[in-house]
Design a protein around this ligand. Structure first.
Ligand code: UDX
Length: 434
């Protein structure tokens, strides 16, 4: 497993749990040293235990030396980063191609080189070409095996996936890949065997579709607010139609994270370049960006038109619960906008404070939800961590300077907020409050 970032580390540990021998390689010496000491550099529930168990069982190890990992491997996964290139939004493939070249140098015997990183259509063929050019004598095939892991439930997603997608160029490679996922046969997990290009596109199409679904319900939420409807009932009523499905219809402040923003931009760029622009996805990207920015205005409106000199308490800053990941989190748009408008922001997050401090410098960090509420003019629930789902509302009311709550995740109900003496604003349910 080349690359011990989020995807590489989770996949490596899970393949070891499947019973395979896995060697994880990462050039980053300090990261590898930490992993060797049993420290997990990312926040993912259950991962520390999974890594520890498999290291102890002798199935999982870590090294900085590629040549210690590749020779003798049936499959070599490329799980290095593919950041958005600054300026044009294309996926930056420098690390993928560098890994391919290095792997080629150390290959001995037949191996399948597998792209696990999310890569644009055509990357698998490029990897094939690079390996062939670097080592004309190498015996190998290339495969694409995109991941569909959600942060916070990545282990479950790996161990019990809805499907596994594998794109390859030969029967021999297909057999190697099938063997890797053999434990899933018991669960009757569908395995989609297809071509390299198709597998690569499936990943982008799936993420772009999910981003579209979220953006769709977010815009419906805006309509609900205008016409006095309840977006949660709309989502429920729509989602019970088996053709639509109820998941990913939760209205909120806009999607963030390491995948949706980056992948939608990448597929939009590639599609345009290929002469088949995805106008729908391009609109989704623009609508979501605009939405994240517009969320601060809701807080200002809830405060009565101005937050100049006000104190705003914020609950949750990570892009979603159960992660310390701040990438493209709505908080990164909302909090600076509030500060710009003259507010002092005090915030609490159960896991992301360390990351957030670097990105949100002028925030006063609190040690729990009630401290973030203390003396605030508005309390904003931004990320739906479980511990924010059962707040003592009477206590919140007594701590706030003004009894105003903006719930951007629709965690609470109007009635319970009113009963606690709080003025409540949520998403797509505003008119019901009137
Ligand atoms: C996503 C995909 O789900 C996963 O398959 C892919 O491999 C990587 O990207 P992740 O980014 O970890 O995973 O989180 P996810 O749970 O999908 O949420 C993404 C964003 O959408 C978050 O900002 C979340 O708050 C938002 N979201 C999600 C909504 O606003 N409403 C929803 O109904 C669902």
């Amino acid at each position: 497993m080349v690359g011990t970032g989020y995807v590489g580390l989770v996949s490596g540990a899970c393949f070891a749990e499947f019973g395979h021998d896995v060697v994880c390689v990462d050039k980053d010496e300090s990261k590898t040293a930490r992993l060797l000491r049993g420290e997990i550099p990312i926040y993912e529930p259950g991962l520390d235990q999974l890594v520890a168990d498999n290291v102890r069982a002798g199935r999982l190890s870590f090294t900085t030396v590629l040549a210690d990992a590749v020779p003798g491997s049936a499959a070599v996964f490329i799980a290095v980063g593919t950041p958005s290139r600054r300026g044009d939004g294309f996926a930056d493939l420098t690390y993928v191609y560098a890994a391919a070249e290095e792997i080629a140098r150390t290959l001995d015997g037949y191996a399948v080189i597998v792209d696990k990183s999310t890569v644009p259509v055509g990357t698998g063929r490029q990897v094939q070409r690079i390996i062939r050019e670097t080592r004309p004598d190498a015996d190998f095939d290339v495969a694409s095996n995109p991941e569909f892991l959600r942060e916070g439930s990545a282990i479950e997603d790996f161990m019990r996936p809805d499907r596994v997608v594998i794109g390859t160029t030969s029967d021999r490679a297909r057999e190697v890949m099938r063997a890797l996922y053999r434990p899933l046969f018991l669960l009757e997990t569908p395995i989609v065997m297809t071509t390299l290009e198709t597998a690569e596109l499936i990943k982008y199409a799936a993420n772009a579709f999910l981003a579209t679904k979220i953006t769709f319900i977010n815009e419906i939420a805006d309509v609900c607010e205008r016409v006095g409807a309840d977006v949660q009932d709309v989502a429920k009523g729509m989602g019970l139609d088996g053709r639509i499905g109820k998941k990913f219809l939760h209205a909120g402040p806009g999607y963030g994270g390491s995948c949706f923003p980056k992948d939608t931009r990448a597929i939009a760029q590639s599609a345009r370049q290929a002469g088949a622009p995805l106008r729908l996805v391009e609109t989704v990207i623009a609508v979501n960006e605009e939405r994240k920015r517009a969320m601060a205005e809701r807080v200002v409106a809830a405060a009565g038109g101005s937050v100049d000199g006000a104190t705003i308490g914020v609950l949750g800053v990570s892009f979603k619960p159960n992660t310390d990941d701040m990438r493209e989190a709505p908080s990164l748009d909302i909090i600076p906008a509030l500060q710009q408008a003259g507010a002092t922001v005090q915030a609490f997050d159960p896991a992301a404070v360390h990351e957030a401090t670097k990105l949100l410098p002028d925030v006063r960090w609190c040690s729990d939800a009630y401290e973030a509420a203390a003396g605030a003019d508005v309390l904003v629930l931004l990320t739906e961590w479980n511990e924010f789902r059962a707040l003592d509302l009477e206590r919140v009311r007594s701590l706030l300077a003004r009894p105003i709550v903006v719930d951007m995740r629709n965690v609470y109900r109007q009635a319970e907020m009113t009963a606690a003496g709080l003025t409540y604003h949520s998403i797509g349910r505003a008119s019901i409050a009137d």
